[in-house]
Each structure stands twice: as structure tokens, then as C-alpha cells.
Design a protein around this ligand. Structure first.
Ligand code: ZN
Length: 304
């Protein structure tokens, strides 16, 4: 993968809250990995006894989610010549590309207007519309405040603890979260929550469908990413290689429910799956990528 060094990093699409935290809120966050506390929580909880389910966020307190970060230093850093050497600037550019894609694709494919969503960079803990979260939950989307949240140190964990190395794991993770934002905009997420309430027994199955669809949307973005541009019309990516796509697929496999359960030393229990197996995550990302068409991501339409 090669990013275009002439592309402008639009920091207005992120909210840099590193260095602040706390608070609480209400709602249901959607983390990248399954199980209690999300993927990182699972890793940390390897030493602790585990039970399935739950989202790891403390939604007991309300309010919050309205904190504002300070983008001053990020803006400075990301307008410098060597901006793309910086992880946070690259991630901002990935967000720019993902949103540029949906700005075109959502009206084209679904006839809906895209509403941008910021990505909040936080460290350790953060106050969100879905409750106060710590890094242990992993990256997530909060439908209550329409924001993506990520502690960028997550990538080190992804590489070190799960062996999902390679730069392209990063845009995959972000594109998955923006997939949830798209589901929120299309009403898919709300519909799925209502279904879960009507039929609690199938709550996990429905969650898997939502997650696999987000993986598929990430694949659709990956296919079209080289066509995305910044506001001045500069291409964001110079190239995306097969190896990059393989890295995204590897990551999707590494964070499959069965893989995470195995890694945590627990027996694999399909009843506890909330995000899909490694095979399913790989398949649906690949479906999105090979078709390049979000319409093909119909995980709710039939068998998975
Ligand atoms: Zn997800």
C-alpha cells in the first residue's frame, strides 16, 4: 500500500481526545471483536475467568458523550511534510478515504445521503454516548452519538497479541467501524436491535449478521479505496496491493469469535458467538472486496 504524500490529511474528521477521559452515558456500543469487553478485554481477561456476552462499557451512569478534544497538535503534525510517517495522521487519512467512499456510494447504492461521523482518538478511557469506555473494549462505534472510538495503541495489541500484523489491518478496522455507521444511517442497526428485543434467543445470531455485514462493507471500501480522493481531488492511495488485502483478511480471521475463544483458552462455544467465526469474517470481507458492491453484503437476507 502506498499513500499519496500530496493528499491533504483532513483532521476535521477526527476528534483528538487523547489525554482526556472519564464520564458516562447510555446506549449500546459495537466493538470490533466479540466477547466480554471486546477483543482487547478478552486478551486481558485471559488471566481472569470469563463469561460471554456483555459489551464491557459501563452504561450505569448517564450524560457524557459531548466532550470535545483538541486537534491543535494533530493538525500541526498532519500538515507537516512527513505527516504520513505518523500513525495518527495515517489513520486520519484512512478515515478520510472511508468517508469519501461512502459519500458517493451511499447515495449511489442505497439512495441515502451520507452523514459524516468523526473518529475519536482516545487514550485509556473516554466518555461516550454509550457509556464510559476504556481501551480494553477495543475500537467501537457508538450509535447513540454516531461516533467511532479508537485508542490507537490497539494496533500494537492486534499485532503483538493476536499476530495481526501489517499496516492494512488499520484501515480494515476503521472501515469495519464505519460499516456500523452506515448501518446506523440505513436503519439496519435499529431494526436489528428491535428484532433482538422481540426474539432474545436469536440476539447473538443477529449480532453476527450485523458484524459480518460491517466486514463486508469494509471489503467494499477496500475495493474502491484507490478511487477515493481528498477535498482537492488528490488521490488518497497510490496503490493497494494483494498483500494489503491479505493483511485485512488475516486480521478478520484473527478476530473471529472461535479464534478469540481458542486464544483465551476457553472451549469454542458457537452459542456465544457475536461477531462470526474466522471463516465467516474472512468470507464476508472477501465478498465485499470481490464485488465492490455494498448491496452484496446482505447478511440478513439468507444463510451466512
Ligand atoms: Zn463491529
Amino acid at each position: 500500500m502506498e499513500l499519496n504524500e500530496n493528499a491533504r490529511v483532513d483532521t476535521s474528521q477526527v476528534d483528538d481526545r487523547r489525554g482526556s477521559g472519564g464520564g458516562g452515558g447510555m446506549g449500546i456500543p459495537i466493538p470490533i471483536g466479540g466477547g466480554r469487553g471486546g477483543i482487547v478485554g478478552i486478551i486481558i481477561a485471559v488471566l481472569v475467568a470469563l463469561v460471554g456476552g456483555g459489551f464491557g462499557l459501563n452504561a450505569a451512569t448517564n450524560g457524557g458523550g459531548s466532550e470535545q478534544g483538541d486537534n491543535t497538535s494533530l493538525e500541526q503534525k498532519c500538515s507537516a511534510d512527513d505527516a504520513l510517517k505518523q500513525l495518527d495522521c495515517r489513520n486520519t487519512l484512512y478515515v478520510n478515504s472511508i468517508q469519501a467512499y461512502w459519500r458517493t456510494a451511499l447515495p449511489e447504492v442505497f439512495g441515502d445521503q451520507y452523514k459524516p461521523s468523526k473518529t475519536v482518538f482516545f487514550s485509556q478511557n473516554v466518555s461516550t454516548g454509550c457509556g464510559s469506555a476504556d481501551s480494553g473494549v477495543g475500537p467501537f462505534y457508538c450509535p447513540a452519538d454516531d461516533l467511532v472510538y479508537i485508542d490507537l495503541t490497539f494496533y500494537r495489541l492486534l499485532a503483538d497479541q493476536l499476530g495481526a500484523e501489517g499496516e492494512f489491518a488499520q484501515p480494515y478496522v476503521l472501515a469495519h467501524e464505519y460499516g456500523h455507521h452506515v448501518q446506523d444511517l440505513l436503519g439496519t442497526e435499529a431494526q436489528m436491535r428491535r428484532q433482538q428485543q422481540r426474539d432474545p434467543q436469536s440476539a447473538n445470531t443477529l449480532s453476527v449478521k450485523l458484524e459480518l455485514q460491517a466486514d463486508c462493507y469494509a471489503g467494499a471500501w477496500a475495493k474502491n479505496a484507490t478511487g477515493t480522493s481528498d477535498e482537492q481531488g488528490q488521490k488518497i492511495f497510490k496503490s493497494i496491493t494483494d498483500q494489503d488485502i491479505q493483511q485485512a483478511i488475516d486480521t478478520a480471521e484473527k478476530i473471529g469469535d472461535d479464534a478469540i475463544q481458542q486464544r483465551s483458552g476457553r472451549p469454542v462455544n458457537p452459542d456465544e458467538f457475536t461477531h462470526g467465526t474466522s471463516e465467516q469474517r474472512k468470507q464476508w470481507f472477501t465478498k465485499g472486496f470481490s464485488t465492490g458492491d455494498p448491496k452484496a453484503c446482505d447478511t440478513f437476507g439468507g444463510s451466512l
